[in-house]
Design a protein around this ligand. Sequence first.
Ligand code: GTP
Ligand code: MG
Length: 176
Amino acid sequence: MTITVPEPALVLLVGPAGAGKSTFAHAHFRRSEVVSSDAMREMLSGDAADQGASAEAFRVLDIIVNGRLRRRLTPVVDATNLRAANRRRYRRLAARYGIPTVVIAFDLQAETYQRRNSGRVDRIVPEPVVADHIDRMRAAVEELRGEGHAAVYLLRDGDSHVDLTRQASDAAGAGS
Ligand code: GTP
Ligand code: MG
């Protein structure tokens, strides 16, 4: 599996809790590129799972995303991104800066999400929450291709090796 990410791009990771988004972000992107809703909640409240801190966490996250786009730096949004409205908002924000969005979505078997979630050492998300995310993920997979992203990559269960390459935006044909 080869993923090409223009430089800069707004990268949206999409997937249920436990899908492997943070693990993927850590493996493939620089630390400063990754903007995580969990990290924001933890900074605000001391607890990455504190849903009461979510609204404020996303406001902070959006300020950072906007600030990086303005500087033409890639932000990687490490959140579930399961709502079409949120993805549209990010795409429009990036478009204001002439920056493309790239979606990397975790289109896995239901058992894989549940197995990864239950095997976590950081925090286990309640199974009904993951089940709800899985339902929303099924809908997202249908919608993603029609949302106007520059590229949509679906990671599947068998994709053990991912080769992620960065492409300078002039080489990507975005003008110079
Ligand atoms: P949330 O932050 O709750 O939305 O979850 P997440 O999507 O960030 O998942 P995370 O990266 O924390 O991974 C969840 C669990 O799955 C962890 O225990 C990881 O070690 C494991 N995991 C992540 N990616 C892989 C993978 O490619 N293969 C296997 N076998 N396990 C993985
Ligand atoms: Mg995570």
